[in-house]
Design a binder for this molecule. Sequence first.
Ligand code: HEC
Length: 487
Amino acid sequence: MRLSSLVSKTTLLVALGLATAAAAVACSSSSANGADPMCGAPVEGEPQEVPDDLRCTGLYGDWDAQTVAPQNREFSPGSPLWSDGAEKRRWIQLPDGTKVDATKMDDWTFPIGTKTWKEFAVNGRKVETRFMWKVRADRWLQAAYVWSEDGTTAVRNEGAELEIDGKPYHVPSTSDCNSCHEGRKDKVLGFEALNLALPGATGFTLGALVDEDRISPKPMKTKVTIPDDGTGASGPALAWMHTNCGVSCHAANDSAIGGRVGLRLRLGWDDVNGARPPAEWDAYKTTVGVESKSADYEGKPRITAGDPAGSLLVDLVETRGPGQMPKIGTMVVDKTGAEAIRTWITSMSGDGTPKPSNPDDPNPTTDGGTPAPTGSSCLADSIAEAEANDTAETANAMPGATGTFCGTFAEDTDVDHVAFTAPADFAGISMKLSASSGGAVAIVSANGGAPVQLGQGNPVPAVRGGSYLVKVSGPKGLAYRLTLTLR
Ligand code: HEC
């Protein structure tokens, strides 16, 4: 939905409303690849089964030349799943005119008709291509196609036991697909906000989704790095655990099979965007100094700060065979991933809390996640421009979303008003005000029903359904920036 902006000389009214995602319209054609004469007539109604031949799934525009059809967009997650060193490529097709529903940034909903593929190759030779197809709001079809040695055909063969270059290679069964892909309500694991925003994401990234208007509501940030916890080593370890353990199994949602033991390693979008300091993330609260609850390891700490050898998590990630983690999908330890976790745990202070990078600041990331006011881009460079551009479109209501409003005080010691309506589901708002050059600026008040006094950076409590009026003051001619962060 668009945010309405109503602007007068000194008032900017922006409704930070939750987007009502446009109802996904099913792709009317249920044929997997109607264009290829080898693939028969398109199926009428809801497809019940995937084609037996990869050729008929619609991945390639020209099968013989093996050129991928242009509507299938290649993407690579910033933190990929370890698959024993296999080379992987991935594509997604969103039906024409549809958008990803990102109302929940950690749980996107895909339009009916969405298709995704993942190709596995070993030493340059294609081995299998996996396929998932959303045919109904609550139904995905899935398959794995095994390539012939000469690379000319690929037919369904889930569960196949292959030998590739003298080594065993297991193609997952469809129940294997589920044990990982049911980790997320709408099944898709790597094409998600965090993995498409992390450094290293390529192809159809979060930025591309926003630029091409294929996502609603549009997140304000399209690139994120995982904030460091003070150890200087948390980013790679947490990113690895997020994808290899968190998105599929060790997550909070009911369907994630590893969630029941209470271990949660998925990173939340609002967390990495500053809503909470790292020590309050699930990946810390359920690991550091926390004993395992599974019968086999009861009493063993998942992570012992400073001591990788005393950390069950490291042990299982470095095990292959009974007890190995992840349980399926790998027969070889990811040495790089395991090393990142070891380094991180070694760097933790003995009491299990992340070490603050600045010893004077015990909570290095608790400033509400508000980015430095200077340098963050304005929703508009001036209030007049905001009016012209309809600021609304760039704003979004997810926790962690930030918006910077820029203005210039018009009168001597002017008071400027920034008014906005917050979405229903948020915990509060942090505000930071700065001036472009010397000159005193102040947040005078923020009114959320009842007047609230606040200091720089102090979060204003949530006022359900209320609207805020923020007053800022400063001398005539001074340019200011007010950054708001939803919590
Ligand atoms: C061990 C867990 C696991 C198993 C088993 C598994 N997947 Fe995945 N799959 C993932 C993860 C994690 C990603 C995202 C990360 C990546 O692609 O590197 C992914 C990505 C994909 C993608 C790309 C779209 C997306 O979700 O990001 C497709 C398509 C896919 N898998 C299909 C399948 C099919 C079909 C099966 C069964 C035949 C299967 N997968 C089995 C974990 C698994």
